[in-house]
Design a protein around this ligand. Structure first.
Ligand code: ITT
Length: 203
């Protein structure tokens, strides 16, 4: 199957490409279909994932996978959530990490629980779509650790592994991450033939 992976985030694209490899699909990216994704106006990860996948499927005429994801920090009432990519109106990952650390200043380690969420939407040009969700719980450190990954990875610590996502290899991150879990749910659905066709898209 020929599938468009509609993300402008290279870190996400790399992880999705690795995760989908066992299916043997021919993947295309927004470099092959250079249009801009629509503004993310939804209130939930699901809404935004659908928005991106449905739009890109219509534009490209290909089955299209989009990912909407983010970090929910309990002590900040779930911030930055769906605003993770533009938290504090900052433009780079490093600035957003500094901003997050400022917001959590003075909050002790035991109150720095956080959750990463990823929702994958697979939209077909004929108007059907599927949703897959993955979540991973961890803690926000007081200073960044590690060089790999992207986004908030250097601050997101998994106590059971003793590493941040940025200290893990691509394979190790995939084994634990929100995106890895959502991708495995998709993989299983396609392998077992239990794909859920959720709902027709509205025009
Ligand atoms: P696309 O919409 O083009 O896919 P984006 O980066 O704008 O790219 P989102 O709107 O879904 O995507 O924002 C997700 C943000 O959440 C992302 O920019 C990171 O800051 C953060 N994020 C999501 N998954 C992450 C991960 O695995 N590691 C670190 N940060 C992550």
């Amino acid at each position: 199957m020929r599938v468009l992976v509609a993300t402008s985030n290279p870190g996400k694209y790399r992880e999705i490409k690795e995760g989908l490899a066992p299916l043997g699909w021919t993947l295309f990216s927004l470099l092959d279909y250079p249009f801009k994704l629509p503004p993310e106006e939804g209130a939930t990860f699901e809404d935004n994932a659908i928005l991106k996948a449905a739009y890109a499927a219509r534009q490209s005429g290909l089955p299209t996978l989009a990912d909407d994801s983010g970090l929910e920090v309990a002590a900040l009432g779930g911030e930055p959530g769906v605003y993770s990519a533009r938290y504090g109106n900052k433009t780079t990952d490093t600035e957003r990490n500094v901003y997050l650390l400022e917001r959590l200043k003075g909050i002790p380690p035991e109150q720095r629980k956080a959750k990463f969420v990823a929702v994958l939407a697979m939209a077909y040009p004929d108007g059907y779509l599927e949703l897959y969700r993955g979540e991973t719980e961890g803690e926000i450190l007081e200073a960044p650790r590690g060089e790999w990954g992207f986004g908030y990875d250097p601050l997101f610590y998994l106590p059971e592994v003793g590493k941040t996502f940025a200290e893990m290899t691509l394979e190790q991150k995939a084994a634990h991450s929100h995106r890895g879990k959502a991708l495995r749910a998709l993989l299983e659905a396609y392998r077992q033939g239990t794909r859920r066709k959720e709902q027709p898209l509205s025009e």
